[in-house]
Ligand binder design. Structure first.
Ligand code: DUC
Ligand code: ZN
Length: 534
């Protein structure tokens, strides 16, 4: 006897919107059947989707939760609560190695301790590597990648940020080690020295207001580092994913690499798909001579880009296949907290205000974008914001050529659930509405032209005091969310129904390459030449 039957929905997979009339049957937390007129027993719970779309639970493969460097961010409890309220049943967050640690294992343990018993949704970890040793490459990465041991089959590397950045040599050796293990290397690609030089020169001219954050990190810095990361991936024959890509000029390098069948994946995030750098302009308090700091709410790296045409270009890259996944890059900090975004309000020193001895002369402040924590919250709004610009290919693609780009509903499912599950070694249990997989299911509201949801921070479930999307309207929102067959979210009746601890750790299998192929001959090298040094 089935535990649950979902009737009267339009099931969306990464390939198609299935015909109306198909039902989903759930048994013991798994999808047991998809068919017509599934038999219900006396104990079977029946859910009527009322004609709404039904999609797989979201897999958010890039979220910063309870990281050591983010004291005012979400905890596992609040971050994962926010995740399920936005339709996510799986989150892959980060376990971050400290610079002085010569092993990855302590950080994995530390981050397990934070999440265990506190998560509302299922979860896994990518390891952020900041200190590379021979032992880590030779012994620990294989141990981490083994599904029966840790099941951690992805690492993240930074090309910028002093406390985190690695040089090209480290990137090279990690990619080389990762490729044999089925480990995907995620790369934050920005040219550190370009950013650092511009920052210093901005500061020397007194240009430290929040808006200048976007000036300090130009598209060319992302493009150069992206090309460099792709070159390192090509020479080591390693699949990589470039995280949070926001610069069309950088995406050109990705597209070109994909055309040569290199396994180069790119990730998009909703903030880059809707917002521009205008949001970084603060409202100055002229009366008190203070710079404003509200622009800090939108400080993230890479930064929001200047033009709407760049933003629209990103939607084209979603629709044409350049991007493989859309994640939230949920990286929250409280706004109204001295260790949160307001850390960027710094005292004006005597020297700066005309005093003689360089001491603080009065409670006057100025903004300094350089000390604002980077990142925005967005785990709960990711799926609704992306769903907002979808169309149903069964009922017709958008026909107005002047209208902004839309993506098909199957592409939405691929980008937000199926692809991240496959890329990161979760295809055996997550990412698709398919018999045998976990019954992680989102039922949306019946979709009519009048359906409308207003995003306000008060309606969200993180512990952060703002959303960068305040006041935006979206056309739909997850109505019900099921995690392994258990209803954990009912928007109109009780909201969050799940509990901390419902979420389970997910040991992952090898990553799957979703674009390109392994084993290509490197440009300009003889076939087999690499065996002389690999
Ligand atoms: N940029 C990062 O590199 N990490 C987290 C948040 C952000 O904006
Ligand atoms: Zn991030």
């Amino acid at each position: 006897m089935l535990d649950l039957i979902i009737r009267n929905g339009r099931i969306v997979t990464a390939a198609e919107v299935l015909p109306a009339g198909l039902e989903i049957g759930v048994k013991n937390g798994k999808i047991a059947a998809i068919g017509i007129d599934l038999g219900a027993g006396p104990e079977t719970e029946i859910v009527d989707a009322e004609g709404a779309y039904v999609t797989p639970g979201g897999v958010d493969s890039h979220a910063h939760i309870e990281q050591d460097n983010s004291p005012t961010g979400d905890t596992w409890e609040t971050g994962s609560r926010s995740a399920i309220a936005g339709g996510n049943t799986t989150v892959i967050a980060f376990a971050s190695q400290r610079r002085d640690e010569t092993s990855l294992l302590p950080c994995v343990e530390r981050y397990h301790a934070k999440a265990t018993g506190n998560a509302y949704c299922d979860y896994g970890f990518h390891v952020i590597m900041t200190n590379v040793t021979e032992t880590i490459l030779a012994d620990e990465l294989p141990l981490l990648a083994e599904t029966s041991k840790h099941g951690i089959t992805s690492v993240k590397l930074y090309m910028t940020y002093l406390p985190l950045r690695l040089g090209d040599g480290d990137l090279f050796s990690i990619m080389l080690a990762a490729r044999q293990l089925g480990v995907t290397t995620m790369v934050h690609a920005e040219n550190h020295d370009i950013v650092d030089q511009i920052m210093q020169r901005l500061a020397a001219k007194g240009n430290t207001q929040t808006y200048f954050h976007a000036v300090a990190r130009p598209q060319i810095a992302e493009a150069e580092a992206t090309y460099r990361a792709i070159s390192l991936a090509e020479v080591t024959d390693a699949p990589i994913l470039l995280v949070h890509m926001s610069a069309p000029v950088a995406l050109q390098h990705v597209r070109e690499a994909q055309a040569r069948l290199l396994p180069i994946h790119a990730e998009a995030c909703p903030h880059y798909l809707y917002l521009t750098s205008d949001k970084l302009r603060s409202t100055a308090d002229h009366e008190h001579g203070d710079d404003g700091i509200d622009g800090a709410k939108h400080i993230c790296a890479p930064p929001l880009r200047h033009n709407m045409r760049d933003v629209e270009q990103l939607w084209e890259e979603l629709a044409n296949g350049t991007y493989t996944v859309v994640s939230s890059d949920h990286a929250p900090s409280l706004f109204d907290h001295p260790n949160g975004k307001k850390r960027g309000l710094v005292p004006v020193t005597g020297a700066e205000s005309g005093g003689s001895n360089g001491t603080v002369v009065q409670a006057k402040t100025k903004a300094d974008f350089r000390v604002v924590p980077n990142g925005v919250p967005g785990i709960e709004t990711r799926l609704p914001l992306l769903f907002h610009r979808t169309y149903d290919p069964e009922t017709g693609a958008p026909t107005d050529e002047s209208a902004p780009v839309h993506i098909s509903l199957p592409r939405f499912v691929a980008l937000t659930s199926t692809n991240p599950a496959q890329l990161y070694g979760l295809a055996h249990c997550k990412g698709s509405l398919q018999p045998g997989l976990d019954a992680d299911i989102v039922i949306w509201h019946p979709d009519t032209p009048e359906t409308d949801f207003l995003i306000t921070n008060a309606s969200l479930h993180h512990r952060i005091d703002y959303t960068p999307f305040e006041g935006m309207h979206v056309r739909n929102w997850p109505r019900y969310v099921f995690l392994r067959g258990k209803r954990v979210w009912d928007r109109d009746n009780g909201g969050v129904l799940g509990q901390p601890g419902n979420g389970q750790y997910l040991p992952r299998t090898k990553s799957r390459i979703l674009t390109g192929q392994a084993g290509r001959t490197v440009t300009g090298m003889h076939c087999g030449e690499k065996t002389s040094w690999m």
